[in-house]
Design a protein around this ligand. Structure first.
Ligand code: NAD
Length: 179
């Protein structure tokens, strides 16, 4: 019989996936047998807050984790349902069984705790710079950003024209971006 394995769940939007996310995944994956990475708000793309599609994010994360030699993970895109009371059941229907949840998002924490899960805080790594919004702002303003993301993520963003997309979106929609 197979031994009982411990699976942990981490959900994020990963817009884009950065070195802080990678560090937290490396830490969590040492504490479990299998890590499930939920790619949240999978329906969103082409906005300043959510510029990348679920497929693009899938590719970025897969490349970054593969380059780190990690292989004990599943990547699962998750569309928002915006009915908080049944969101955990929605997540359960999409992913393999899991025991632990890692998050710093207060709403995610509350919903999983109310459903009886063991919720842990994900350790933060240099949040001021390893932050999706900081990286998006840097891309828009032409500042260096590639060093804040794993190599495979930078390659994916450039390959799909994501840097130009962000700049175009900001211009077209006149987003207020404070640099
Ligand atoms: P995010 O990509 O901003 O963050 C993902 C995780 O990484 C978070 O736990 C965050 O704290 C962590 N992180 C970020 N920077 C880090 C750093 N420098 N070092 C270490 N860890 C770092 O994603 P998010 O906004 O938290 O995503 C939550 C997702 O869950 C969203 O897609 C949201 O829509 C979804 N959600 C949906 C519902 C619903 O539809 N009903 C309910 C709750 C949550």
């Amino acid at each position: 019989m197979r031994k009982q394995e411990v699976s942990a769940l981490l959900i994020g939007r990963f817009q884009p996936f950065h070195i802080g996310h990678l560090e937290v995944i490396k830490t969590i994956s040492r504490q479990c047998d299998r890590l499930i990475v939920g790619i949240g708000s999978a329906q969103l793309s082409h906005t300043f807050e959510n510029p990348f599609t679920a497929g693009e994010r899938h590719l970025m994360i897969n490349r970054a984790l593969h380059d780190e030699g990690l292989d004990n993970y599943f990547l699962v895109p998750m569309v928002d349902i915006n009915r908080y009371a049944v969101w955990v059941a929605h997540v359960q229907s999409l992913v393999p069984p899991f025991q632990d949840v890692y998050t710093n998002n207060p709403l995610t924490r509350r919903l999983f705790e109310e459903a009886g899960y063991n919720v842990r805080s994900a350790p933060l790594f240099n949040r001021e710079v390893y932050s999706g919004s900081e990286i998006r702002k840097r891309i828009i303003s032409g500042k260096e950003w590639e060093h804040l993301v794993p190599k495979g993520v930078a390659e994916t963003i450039i390959e799909v024209g994501g840097d130009q997309r962000l700049r175009d979106l900001t211009r077209e929609h006149s987003y207020e971006v404070t640099i």
